[in-house]
Design a protein. Structure first.
Length: 202
């Protein structure tokens, strides 16, 4: 009788092997991309601790008090300064003008790409918890839950669902010299983290 459990374990072993084969040594400079609520910041912090990398959150560089953006020239200078570091992991879904600043030095691109129903659950949960806690975000800003959900639906869920293939093509085009990893599930994240620990340090 066919054992689906064995098949699943074999697939996961193959997945871990593919992660390891994609990286000859532990990457020193990593960019994490994906839709809002995809889990970018969480995995960035996790890998930052795991590999002792400086964690750079683009939203933290971008937002000032009162939800005022940093002037673009100043913001780009901050991103470029971060990219000149030797060891970092950067997370954020900003435009490709920003990504172009880090592309030449990026060794690994991680695309967080969970399915739409997972994105929806995470976005709702995150917004709810921030509301309950009155959580201060970047520069002390507090999120307006109505605006947050409206922006997330229009700017993340709809656009990413419609343009997933285009987004993948753009990532590969902008980072031709970097290793590319796409993580869709929690198991992907866990297996990738395990594989990352198994790769030889530079």
């Amino acid at each position: 009788m066919y054992d689906s459990g064995i098949s699943t374990r074999v697939q996961r072993m193959h997945q871990k092997s593919s992660f390891i084969n994609a990286m000859k040594t532990q990457p020193q400079r990593i960019l994490v991309v994906g839709a809002s609520a995809a889990g970018k910041s969480r995995i960035a912090r996790r890998i930052s601790r795991q590999l002792d990398l400086t964690c750079v959150e683009l939203d933290k560089l971008y937002w000032q008090a009162g939800w005022r953006p940093v002037p673009m020239p100043e913001y780009l200078a901050l991103v470029q300064a971060a990219a000149l570091g030797d060891r970092w992991i950067i997370d954020g879904r900003h435009d490709y003008v920003v990504h172009d600043l880090v592309a030449a030095r990026t060794e690994l691109v991680i695309w967080m790409d969970p399915p739409p129903h997972v994105l929806t659950f995470r976005a709702l949960r995150r917004t709810l918890m921030r509301r309950i806690r009155n959580e201060a975000l970047w520069a002390g800003n507090v999120e307006d839950w109505r605006l947050a959900l409206s922006y997330w639906i229009r700017g993340s869920l709809i656009s990413f669902c419609r343009n997933r293939r285009l987004y993948e093509d753009q990532i590969r085009t902008h980072f031709p010299n970097a290793t590319f990893v796409r993580l869709k599930t929690y198991r992907d994240v866990r297996d990738f983290s395990t594989a990352l620990s198994s790769v030889e340090r530079c």
